[in-house]
Design a protein around this ligand. Sequence first.
Ligand SMILES: [Zn+2]
Length: 371
Amino acid sequence: MATSSPNLSKKKLLLHWTLGGALLAILFIVVLSLFLANPSIRIMLVLVLASLAGAVTARFIYAIRSHKRLRHKIWLGFLTSFTVLLVFLSIKWKSLSDKGGQLRQEPFCIAGNLYYVGTNEMTSFLLTSAKGHILIDGGYPGNTDMIIKNIGILGFKITDVKILLNSHAHFDHAGGLAALQTASGAELWISEGDVDIIKAGGAGKRNLRLMNLLVYSGLVKYPAPRIDHRFKDGTKIRLDSIELTAHITPGHTPGCTSWAIPITDGNKKLLAVSIGSLTLIPSSLFGAKYDAELQKEFTQSFKTLRSLPADIFLASHASFFNMAGKIKARDTSTDRVEPFIDRDGYFNYIDNAEKKYQKEIKEQQLRQSKN
Ligand SMILES: [Zn+2]
């Protein structure tokens, strides 16, 4: 005798609440994601908004519950439009995520045989020689067309790229490596600490659980490239006249690498250093189990980077070394290389990163002592 049992009605109500809430939450996630460029901020923000949306929908469903016929029609209409919209937006979401909101950047020669071929924010550097080229970083998975086009604009060929390198194994720097490898036939060198993350297409033990979930779901997973060689701290990579040194600067990822590249420009001998990243991904979110490991890694990284006599300051993100400002300065400078010689900027970046890092660690210790 379950026709009008109050228990069943409660169950139905709960089902409507859950189903309605979940449907609208997903819709919100997809719609809002389209307007935000940075995948991590995008994910955080949409989750908060999705919870709010869920509550509102549940209230709506509760309100129409009492009108049985109307309720069925509304449900049918809602589900049909929702499904169509979801399919369309999911495709769009994936394609925009793959591009990471990147815009095209005109390629240029930084100094000597060192060229910029990346997007407006995700850097890619090309080192050229008579016997082939080396390319550092592949941006997001959807950035490879722009990188290949930039190499062509400079008069070089992607098929002449013999060696592929990486700053670190995150989606926004390693995402395009597989496609670049296919297009060039180049051999990829990966630092030992980042091998597992590269193989997993971005998933790693230190990622937030949510991030790993998104990687496994395929939404922010990048195609895993073939790893041809592994390297350690201090490894020198050589190709004809090019010789660059890998300095492992861990913390941001376990195998995060900064590249030291000697450049000859006219009669000038310069050292370009591209910093992997010194950004601490909030360690409290990793769980205390990695804290000691992280602290050791960051301490080593600050020391290593300070020991390098960098003339040209570069990094995995263009904003880290104010690339836009330097490109502007070149327009009015008589010397094309001079605006990129930035010894102070290099050390300031390390100092600021360390201050930020210390602040974060202190706050974290405070939180832990309160718990
Ligand atoms: Zn990163």
